[in-house]
Design a protein around this ligand. Structure first.
Ligand code: TRP
Length: 369
């Protein structure tokens, strides 16, 4: 059972997250059916990530839509901390960004924070995080973004653009504030303490309001950005939050790029995918077949089912059938896993081809300053 006993910060996610409570704790707004139908009207399409509550919370998405209706555009911004290869959970907000970009016809900025991961992880060099930044960029590009309206920012390379904005931001954030938000201590390196200023900078890169699709763990940075925005004469960034994607070992763990067996990487081979799912994906099934047939499984805690719901089965009817069959005991855990394995491998085959092609085009996406 979810309880109060969970932690969600940019550098630490623990416990079984109760998203209703998280909305209260963070002071965000729930994505209501009314908001979803408003979005549907603009986009002429209902997105499964909204229907299924994968995106569940927001800050001022309403304002962005109302302004858009009055003819005022916005731009999109999201990012990734390159601490390893991309895992499938990272694709969730990026795919949603692509959809928003297509529907609203707006620019997007993608920030790769090689500096952040260098500050935050003991065992990573700056060379290594930069290398991962370039690799992660390929996954982003592979989702179909175009260089005409997409720019990739790498912090250590684009500091010339970021720094004047970060300086404006940094002057308005005081230590006690950032300390209270992130729990910094005297031993925390000063790179971490300054870092929110750099993640804030792309919010103000264009003279328009920004909308940021992001994992809810990143909200604390932008809570600070929103507080200081009026003080530097800028609009507050609007946010739309997705849930944390569970690690293979199940509820209560976030899919983290640094634990090999907890994660499916976009670079994994079909054999590795099969092995990881079969061996590590937490199951909501019963201990043996007989009992499973009799009592049925629990799709709500089953990681294979959750991956289908979150990303790999976009057809609601097919998903419902899997849900019902698993719950009734008709579908066995091994069969459910094999549905997921096929889906992931089908997706990755194409994705990996596009990812390799993206190498040739990478340079066109990188912000030149
Ligand atoms: N800090 C983020 C991470 O660790 C990376 C990031 C930078 C980001 N800018 C962002 C994420 C904007 C979401 C939105 O993954």
């Amino acid at each position: 059972m979810p309880s109060d006993d969970f932690i969600v910060t940019p550098w630490n996610v623990e416990g079984d997250i109760d998203y209703e409570k998280l909305i209260k704790r963070f002071g965000t707004e729930k994505i209501t059916p009314e908001l979803i139908s408003k979005i549907d009207k603009f986009t002429n399409e209902s997105h499964y990530m909204l229907r299924r509550g994968i995106f569940f919370s927001h800050r001022e998405f309403n304002r962005i839509l109302d302004d858009y209706q009055k003819g005022k555009k916005f731009f999109l911004y999201t990012g990734r901390g390159p601490s390893g290869h991309t895992h499938i959970g990272h694709l969730v907000p990026w795919v949603f960004c692509k959809w928003l970009q297509d529907k609203f016809g707006v620019n997007i900025y993608f920030q790769l924070t090689d500096d952040e991961k260098f500050y935050a992880k003991q065992d990573l060099t700056l060379e290594k995080t930069y290398e991962f930044a370039l690799e992660n960029a390929l996954d982003f590009i592979a989702l179909g973004f175009k260089p005409e309206n997409t720019k990739i920012i790498i912090n250590t390379k684009n500091i010339k653009t970021l720094y004047p904005i970060a300086a404006q931001v940094a002057k308005k954030i005081n230590f006690s504030n950032t300390k209270a938000v992130f729990g910094f201590e005297n031993e925390t390196n000063v790179g971490m303490i300054f870092y929110t200023s750099l993640q804030s900078a792309p919010c103000f890169i264009e003279d328009l309001p920004v909308l940021i699709p992001l994992g809810v763990d990143q909200d604390p940075h932008f809570r600070i950005t929103r507080d200081i925005a009026p003080k530097i004469g800028k609009p507050k960034p609007a946010l739309i939050h997705n849930i944390m994607i569970p690690a293979l070992s199940g509820p209560g763990s976030k899919m983290s790029a640094s634990s090999e067996n907890e994660t499916i990487y976009t670079t994994d081979s079909p054999e590795i995918v099969k092995k990881k799912i079969n061996k590590y994906a937490f199951s909501g099934g019963q201990p043996d077949i007989e009992e499973h047939r009799k009592k049925g499984g629990n799709p709500d805690i089953d990681v294979s089912y959750q991956y289908l719901r979150i990303f790999f089965e976009q057809d609601d009817n097919k998903l419902k059938k899997i849900y019902d069959d698993y719950k009734s005991g008709n579908l066995l855990t091994g069969e459910l896993k094999s549905i997921l394995i096929d889906k992931i491998n089908e997706f990755l085959k194409l994705h990996q081809e596009k990812r390799e092609k993206a190498r040739e085009h990478l340079d066109k996406f990188l912000l030149k300053d």
